[in-house]
Design a protein around this ligand. Structure first.
Ligand code: ARG
Length: 575
């Protein structure tokens, strides 16, 4: 559901006045007007517009006739200078200087907080993201969940929610019995030190090779997992080591990406609670035996059964997710829970949501599987050290190296080039991911991703840095005490309107879990600013004009910074 609001404080006085006038002269509730009112696509048509479609019932007239009728009411005066009907739309013209003043004072006054709303205050959003399986490398396919989850974290925080970020590590399951078995037989502590994940991965592969020849290994692994589930200290100690070493590796990548979690409560966290969940399902008559396994039959819903326990009593992925959902609901009392997980797990989430519903957990309606497509490389260009999987770390390194080359060429004198190259390279990767509509596949093409003039992270960062440079050159304090009448260029008006819409872009991106909305917003703001910058001089004008243009520019800089920050992208001041 997308609700329209313009609730950033202070409340938009123009919409306020329009709402009051329409109430006084046409009896429309102010709340309805605030909900409906929008900005026309073309400034020649007005500054605000009231689409009359949904008023049909209430006025018992065609929308165009409603607009026409309302246009005759005495709505002008104060800040409203003109009212016109345009088909089914009622268009309002307001004092544009006043509009510019209000928007720029709002941005300038709120600084880093501009765009923050209080729609979510008192409510909690739980976000389950990244959540990789331990003892395996982080591949490039792990990028999307981490980056989308992190952006949704920032966006919901801006809406005022308490946000809880959970890394639901895949750190439990029969494969850890296999690893324990393999390590006990063939592993060495020494080798583990050097490249732990490689060693663990190797052991895993070796286990499967050997198990083909000697099926008794499977039984041994099952027993090992059982002893792990039962809390056997030796098994537990080995497993903890695997987990710690994996996390150490993962954290390097999270750090490079600037991603954090509030909790690393993975699947293992629920081990002791699983029995209760299974008992509850049994008591409700939902769990049934099928070929020695324990399942929830979902035949009636056209889905394969949800597997709770294998024949050897070992718990499964779905069992742990059902348990985790109930735990999180009890613990955090969330208003929303988002699972940022690839589209290939659609069925899994449909199943567990259905089971939760069958258990009487009505709150499951507040759980969403935020799914996404794959990452693909154009021309398959990406050499890799690890055979089939492309390591996420390698992709990030490559992006930084390439960013460094571009910087060397474009701005050889830049200070701290390594640092900026990191910001730009990583920012490029994050933006490339987020600017693709979630459910589509990301096609990764280095030349596109790092193009400073394309629809890319570096382009937005570059525009921001350019603005920082303008501010440096100006060198004086910026203030809001300017003559707003001097901002009379069309692009200046368009910039003001774009800035006004930033809070709405934050809200829209968060509500629909589509960071692409914020990416597109930032690209449009950059486009408008760069066109303006190419056609108009900011510095070196008569003092008053420069002062006004500087204020406008500083507000654009601020909003670019706020938007990139929400998405988890850094904002170098020079590049
Ligand atoms: N560990 C899983 C995987 O790598 C993803 C877990 C997603 N989160 C969840 N609650 N199921 O496929």
């Amino acid at each position: 559901m997308v609700t329209k609001t313009h609730t950033h404080s202070p409340e938009n006085p123009f919409i306020g006045e329009i709402a009051r006038c329409l109430k006084e002269h046409a009896g429309l509730e102010e709340g309805i007007v605030r909900l409906l009112i929008d900005i026309p696509p073309n400034p020649d048509m007005g500054d605000y517009t009231l689409p009359c479609f949904t008023l049909k019932e209430r006025f018992q007239k065609a929308p165009a006739l409603i607009a026409n009728g309302l246009a005759d009411a005495p709505l002008t005066g104060g800040q409203i200078t003109r009212v016109e009907a345009h088909g089914p739309y009622l268009n309002f013209f307001v004092e544009r200087n006043g509009l510019a003043q209000w928007v720029l004072e709002d941005v300038f006054g709120q600084k880093d907080h501009y765009g923050c709303l209080d729609l979510g205050s008192g409510k909690t959003v739980v976000i389950d993201y990244s959540s990789p399986n331990i003892a395996k490398h982080l591949g490039v396919h792990h990028l999307r969940s981490a980056v989308i989850g992190n952006a949704l974290y920032g966006l919901h925080k801006a809406l005022g929610y308490r946000v809880i970020g959970i890394n639901h590590l895949g750190d439990w399951g029969t494969q850890f019995g296999q690893l324990i078995t393999a390590f006990t037989r063939w592993g060495s502590e020494e080798a583990l030190q050097n490249d732990p994940i490689d060693v663990l991965n190797g052991l895993y592969v070796k286990f499967h090779e050997q198990a083909e020849k000697d099926p008794s290994l499977e039984g041994e692994a099952r027993a090992a997992f059982k002893s792990l589930e039962e809390g056997n200290p030796g098994a537990r100690k080995l497993w903890e080591r695997f987990r710690d070493l994996s996390l150490r590796e993962f954290n390097k990548v999270y750090e490079a990406l600037g991603i954090r979690f509030d909790y690393y409560t993975g699947e293992s966290f629920y081990n002791e609670m699983l029995e209760d969940t299974v008992d509850k399902l049994k008591a409700a008559g939902l769990a049934t035996k099928s070929e020695e396994a324990l399942i929830v039959d979902l035949d009636r819903y056209d889905m394969p059964p949800c597997l709770l326990k294998k024949s050897d009593e070992a718990s499964l992925y779905a069992t742990r997710d059902i348990c985790a959902a109930e735990y999180r609901h009890k613990e955090y009392g969330f208003a929303k829970m988002l699972y940022v997980v690839g589209s290939e797990q659609k069925l899994h989430f449909k199943q567990i949501f259905k089971v939760l519903e069958m258990m009487g957990d009505g709150w499951v309606k507040d759980c969403t599987h935020v799914d996404f497509g794959l990452i693909k490389f154009k021309h398959g260009r990406m050499s890799t050290r690890k055979g089939k999987i492309i390591l996420l770390e390698e992709v990030l390194d490559e992006a930084v190296t390439r960013a460094r080359e571009i910087i060397d060429e474009k701005n050889p004198g830049l200070e701290d080039k390594d640092h900026v190259a990191r910001q730009v390279g990583i920012g490029a990767v994050i933006f490339a991911d987020l600017s693709t509509r979630r459910t589509k596949d990301v096609i990764f093409d280095w030349d596109v991703v790092l193009n400073f003039e394309g629809e890319t992270g570096p382009y937005v960062q570059y525009t921001h840095a350019r603005l920082c440079s303008v501010m440096r050159k100006y060198g004086k304090p910026v203030g809001t005490g300017v003559d707003y009448r001097l901002l009379k260029e069309k692009d200046e008006y368009l910039l003001v309107r774009k800035l006004e819409q930033f809070p709405k872009a934050v809200e829209g991106a968060a509500r629909s879990c589509e960071p692409v909305i914020m990416c597109n917003y930032l690209l449009e703001l950059c486009g408008t600013f760069n066109r303006y910058y190419n056609h108009h001089r900011i510095l070196g004008q008569e003092e008053g004009l420069t002062g006004a243009r500087i204020l406008l520019s500083d507000c654009v800089r601020q909003v670019l910074r706020n938007g990139l920050t929400l998405l988890g992208i850094q904002t170098p001041e020079e590049m």
